[in-house]
Write a protein that binds this ligand. Structure first.
Ligand code: NAP
Length: 296
């Protein structure tokens, strides 16, 4: 028996936004040739050297069927959001834009926690302008600032929601305890944590999100490209499926939980199409088990 399971292709973010379960992470649409392999280390500091190519990629991604675009105020110091606004405004009805606030970038090498409520609200105002919208679909707290009470940070996002400037609130890199504490202050629609088939530290958060109708946006879903590479266990299963390793890694995530909506980052429209096609891929239970061993 193969026990193949077809994954749901959409989910309801926040209960009211139907989105296809493969999105696009846009952090890598920054800087130029020679960008670092780990873009979170540094810099993600300047807008893309080839702006027209980045704009074209965003537009093509939406044409291909991507419905959730993830960005942040910290990417290219606001340049990432400007790019999304320029490429996609006026927004299609079915496009959901997620952004993040809380990380200050005083220099190319620094990602500094800054969770003061006034700063969060100011950054959200700037995000609204750069994204050319009057309401952000999903505003995520990029990290919890340990020096500011969590309720004050979530409170700032809640205030923006009450003012009609934010539709849904999300968190990033949080534990179940932080998620629960945040939910006592405001409804939390999404959580964005580092998660892929070999990085399973947040298994409990995935399970919690699924139980509570919270969307989980795994970042680094293809391990910054490692799971897209030829060779290794992912490629072995991919060959059996007649799929690519990247698609196989994404299909594992889609099967892991119906709450998951991976946001692979790419600068290539062909890879966007390839990643979306992972929605049609069905892993067998045996293949899933073999991929599970990569986490060990
Ligand atoms: N919340 C946070 O703190 C946080 C932190 C980091 C990232 N993020 C979000 O997560 C998103 C994803 O992270 P990421 O882009 O760093 O890592 P990733 O999605 O795991 O990997 C991206 C890398 O994989 C390659 N790739 C993607 N699809 C491929 C395919 N089909 N075939 C071959 N290679 C493929 C890309 O190269 P090509 O360009 O050649 O396709 C790129 O080098 C970011 O864009 C950002 O939105 C959030």
């Amino acid at each position: 028996m193969t026990n193949t399971m077809v994954n749901a292709k959409t989910l309801n973010l926040g209960g009211d936004l139907s989105v296809r379960r493969i999105g696009l992470g846009t952090m890598r649409l920054a800087d130029g040739p020679g960008r670092p392999a780990d873009p979170t280390a540094a810099p993600v500091w300047t807008p893309p050297a080839d702006r027209d190519a980045a704009l074209a990629l965003l537009r093509e991604a939406v044409e291909l069927g991507v419905q959730l675009i993830d960005t942040a105020d910290a990417y290219a110091l606001g340049g990432g959001e400007e790019l999304v606004g320029e490429a996609l405004h006026p927004y299609r009805e079915d496009v959901v834009v997620a952004t993040k606030v809380r990380v200050a970038r005083p220099s190319a090498g620094e990602w500094v926690p800054l969770g003061h409520p006034a700063y969060l609200r100011q950054q959200a105002e700037l995000s609204l302008r750069r994204l050319r919208t009057d309401r952000i679909d999903l505003l995520q707290l990029h990290r919890v600032d340990p020096t500011v009470p969590l309720e004050d940070q979530i409170g700032a996002l809640k205030q923006l929601q009450d003012e009609g400037k934010v539709r849904h609130i999300g968190l990033s890199e949080v534990t179940v305890e932080q998620l629960e504490a945040a939910r006592a202050v405001a409804p939390i629609a999404a959580v964005q944590n580092l998660y892929n088939l070999a990085a399973r530290d947040h298994d409990l958060v995935v399970d919690y999100a699924e139980r509570h109708g919270i969307t989980f946006l795994p970042f680094f879903p293809v391990a910054m490209g490692a799971h897209a590479a030829p060779g290794g266990a992912v490629a072995e299963v991919a060959a059996e499926l007649g799929a690519t390793p990247a698609q196989t890694a994404l299909a594992w995530l889609l099967r892991r939980s119906p709450a998951l909506l991976p946001i692979p980052g790419t600068t290539s429209a062909a890879h966007v199409a390839e990643n979306l096609a992972a929605l049609d891929l069905a892993l067998t239970a045996d293949q899933t088990t073999r991929l599970n061993t990569l986490a060990a």
